[in-house]
Design a protein. Structure first.
Length: 418
C-alpha cells in the first residue's frame, strides 16, 4: 500500500503527499568497481543524552558515528574525515576532531582487516588551524605553526592530510605571496601527497578572498577568482609530487573545469597527474562524468569529495558502479535526479547544508534522533524539510519508506501539525 502523509507547502497549507520513489539495486557481496576516487565528507552523530549546553559544548555518539563510516566504506566510498560536513569549526572543536580522526583511522584498519570491501577503507583527514581564534592571530607565522601542530598530530596517527582552508590565514594574509609561503612550508614537509581545499565564502563567509589576501581588498581591489586560481595553481605546480589533488567548492562548474584543465599532468599519488576533486554540490554529476577534454585523464574528468555523498550514499555508489562498468547513461539516470535534492540542501545560506545531511541520515535510520552538534538542527524551517522529503523521494534516496514517513510525521507534530 502506498505511503502517504500530510506535508506543508510553501504557503504553509497542508497537502497530501504519496511516496513514489524506489530504491535502486546495489551490488551486494562484492566490492563496487569505480573508475573515480570518491570521498564522502561524513557527518558526526551528536549524543542527545549528554548533559551539556549544545551551543557551547560538543558531545558525539561515537558508536553511531563510526557505524556510519562503516556504511560508507561498505558502499565503496572513502571518508573525508573531520571536514565542514562534520561541523568542523562550526561546533566540532579541534580536540574532538582529532579524537574523531583517530577513531576513524582505527575503524578503517579494522574494517579492512576483516576483508570488507576487498580490504579497502579509504580515509583522508582534515588539517586546519581551527584551534586558533582568528581574531587573535596577527601573523602568517602563527598560521604556519597552527597548521604544523595539526599536521604532526594527524600524521602521527598515520593519516592522509586534507589541508583545509584557514579562516586565520584569510584574515592575516596580505597578498598571494603569503599564501605561497604558507603552502610551500606545509607541502615541503608533508609525509605523503595531500589534498588541498578551496572552500568558497558561500560555505564559510570567513574565507572570503582566499588565495589573494586582505591587502587587496583594503586597497579597493575586487576579488578576482581567476587570479586566486592562479595562486593555487602556482602552489601546486611548485610541489606536484606532494599534491594528490585539490577540492574546490565554488559551486561554479566552469571555474572547476578551467582549473582542472590546467592541473599538472605529472605528480599526484601515482605520477599520472594532480586530480580535481569536485566539491560542487550543484553540478557534480556532469563534472564526475567529465567532458573527455585533452590527452590526460585528469584534465577530462573530476574525482569527488562531496558533502552530498553523505546524504545520497547508496545511490551515489550505484551510479559510480555503473560508470565504472562503462554505463554512462545508467550513471546519469541514477545520479541526475539527486541534483535537485542537493541544490535544495545546499541552497543559501549554504553553510546550513549540514542540517539537511543529518536530516537524511535520520530519515534513513542511520541515527535514532534529529539532534546536531551545536543545535544546528534549528537552522532550517519545516517548509524546507518538507520539500527536502519530497525531493529525496523523487531522487529514490529514501531507503526505508515506512520509517521515513513515520519520522517526517514526528517532525511535523513537533511543529504543531498533526
Amino acid at each position: 500500500m502506498p505511503q502517504t502523509l500530510l506535508l506543508p507547502d510553501a504557503t504553509g497549507s497542508l497537502q497530501t503527499y504519496t511516496l513514489r520513489g524506489t530504491v535502486p539495486d546495489t551490488p551486494t557481496g562484492s566490492t563496487p568497481a569505480f573508475n573515480r576516487i570518491a570521498y564522502s565528507a561524513a557527518h558526526v552523530v551528536a549524543d542527545p543524552r549528554a548533559a551539556i549546553d549544545p551551543w557551547l559544548q560538543c558531545a558525539v555518539d561515537w558508536d553511531a558515528t563510526m557505524a556510519y563510516r562503516r556504511h560508507l566504506w561498505s558502499l565503496g566510498l572513502g571518508v573525508a574525515e573531520a571536514m565542514d560536513t562534520a561541523q568542523r569549526g562550526m561546533g566540532l572543536d579541534w580536540p574532538t576532531s582529532l579524537d574523531l580522526i583517530r577513531r576513524s583511522l582505527d575503524a578503517a584498519k579494522d574494517f579492512a582487516a576483516k576483508g570488507n570491501n576487498g580490504g579497502a577503507a579509504l580515509v583522508a583527514s582534515g588539517c586546519g588551524t581551527d584551534h586558533l581564534n582568528p581574531a587573535s592571530v596577527t601573523s602568517v607565522d602563527q598560521v604556519i605553526a597552527a597548521y604544523e601542530e595539526q599536521m604532526e598530530a594527524i600524521e602521527k596517527l598515520g593519516g592522509k592530510l586534507i589541508i583545509m582552508a584557514s579562516r586565520a590565514l584569510a584574515r592575516v594574509a596580505k597578498s598571494p605571496a603569503d599564501y605561497e609561503r604558507v603552502y610551500d612550508r606545509l607541502l615541503s614537509q608533508a609525509r605523503q601527497p595531500v589534498v588541498l581545499h578551496w572552500l568558497g565564502d558561500m560555505f564559510d563567509p570567513a574565507l572570503a578572498g582566499y588565495w589573494r589576501g586582505s591587502g587587496q581588498a583594503a586597497a579597493g581591489v575586487a576579488y578576482d577568482v581567476d587570479a586566486a586560481m592562479q595562486t593555487a595553481l602556482d602552489v601546486i605546480n611548485a610541489h606536484p609530487d606532494k599534491v594528490d589533488g585539490i577540492k574546490i567548492s565554488l559551486l561554479d562548474k566552469d571555474k572547476e573545469i578551467a582549473m582542472r584543465r590546467r592541473l599538472p599532468t605529472t605528480g599526484g599519488v601515482d605520477g599520472q597527474g594532480v586530480r580535481m576533486y569536485t566539491g560542487d554540490d550543484f553540478n557534480y554529476a556532469e563534472l564526475i562524468a567529465g567532458d573527455g577534454f585533452g590527452s590526460q585523464p585528469t584534465h577530462g574528468k573530476s574525482d569527488a569529495l562531496l558533502g552530498i555523498f553523505d546524504a545520497i550514499a547508496p545511490v551515489a555508489s550505484a551510479a559510480l558502479g555503473r560508470l565504472g562498468r562503462g554505463d554512462e547513461a545508467g550513471f546519469h539516470a541514477l545520479l541526475a535526479p539527486t541534483v535537485a535534492l542537493s541544490r535544495h540542501i545546499f541552497h543559501a545560506p549554504t553553510r546550513f547544508y549540514k542540517t539537511g545531511v543529518v536530516f537524511m541520515a535520520w530519515l534513513n535510520g542511520h541515527q535514532s534522533h534529529f539532534t546536531m552538534v551545536g543545535g544546528q538542527q534549528s537552522t532550517r524551517s519545516l517548509a524546507h524539510f518538507a520539500e527536502l522529503f519530497r525531493l529525496a523521494d523523487a531522487a529514490n534516496c529514501l531507503q526505508q519508506s515506512a520509517l521515513a514517513v513515520r519520522r517526517m510525521k514526528t517532525l511535523c507534530a513537533l511543529h504543531g501539525l498533526e
